[in-house]
Design a binder for this molecule. Sequence first.
Ligand code: SF4
Length: 413
Amino acid sequence: MRDFSYFCTMAGIYIHIPFCNSKCAYCGFYSLPSLKLEERFLEALKAEIVDRKQYLQRGPHCELDPQSPAPKGNHGMPTINTIYFGGGTPSLLSIKEIGELLHLINTHYPVAPNAEITLEANPDTLSLEYLKGLRQIGFNRLSIGIQSFFDNDLKYLSRRHDSQHARQCIDWAKQAGFSNISIDLIYGLPTSNAEQWNKNLDIFFAYSLPHLSAYALTLEPNAILTKQIKQGKLPPVSEEDALRDYEILCQRAAENSYLHYEISNFCRCGMHSKHNASYWFGTPYIGFGPSAHSFDGTSRQWNISSVEKYIDARRETARLQDQKVPRPVSEKEQLSPEQLYDEYVMLRLRTHWGIDLKWLKREMGERFSTYCEQHAKHLVAQGKLSQTREFLYLTDEQMLFADGVAEELFWES
Ligand code: SF4
């Protein structure tokens, strides 16, 4: 039986802010390009933060091994090591609004004194004063959606900021006292080429920031960009360009001593995103807000992905609370050991940590470690997967095909 005691002692919190100033052409995320529902949303969000604090207490410790001792302190509630405000555009909220949410979390959850507290921010919403405010209310990590330092790329992506403001935001963030700063960049753009992508990376490295998330432009089925390309209004995206830029990225990151710790993520030593890493390590987390996911170690739960329905459901829950028949605001899936194994394989192959065969044997059982090792043999022989005595992992070149390799290792019933 998998030992879940580790999972009972730490956890993460994710808060989804579903509003943006406008919709970016490439965006496939759920977000509303208007703040009309903001007030009612914040009311519902605060209610959810307070109402669901039992979620982490009811974790795998109690469900799977009621005989094992409860973690000490916090009345069985795991310590919150990471808090992540994502979206959407969380930086659209005022300092006062975000401060109230953070205060509520600190009041109802045992947040570690050194917890990583991240806010995703878009340059068009940032000012020096705002960034100083974030530091004052307790944020210690910032993830800025820069996407490119070139105006032709930003225009193609229909971003609201320009390259000058992108640079200004990084300067302001440093001035405001943030040292743990990550930026997002997008590669494989038809408006760019190898030279321009290299220049983007030059600018990133010159800032000496501890973290970079770099994504290939993908055409999401519901994105405006996809439609415009199909109609011939914009130049198409090419896989060769994305592959070329990925190779440049891996090489330049290695030359500049950045660790490629996940397909799209690079960091200076020890500066990986602790929040995102906890997803890959199976740490429980609770997600608040529309479309937010939660995981308690054995089951997954996801909230309704409509702001209106989310607000209505929270109101109805409050109304019916006395009758103990709250209206469901989320769906839940109990994961079998085989599904947990598949998730472990899929998530860990995307990271430089890879599949730990010893861990697999110890925590999930020999049938899983043996199965994994046997099915990995032909992939290792074909050069699609690398192996040391204890680990199965993907090199930079192999990482691009992580999903296909993972599929070959999935459990067949
Ligand atoms: S800011 Fe981010 S979430 Fe909002 S529309 Fe643009 S890509 Fe989507």
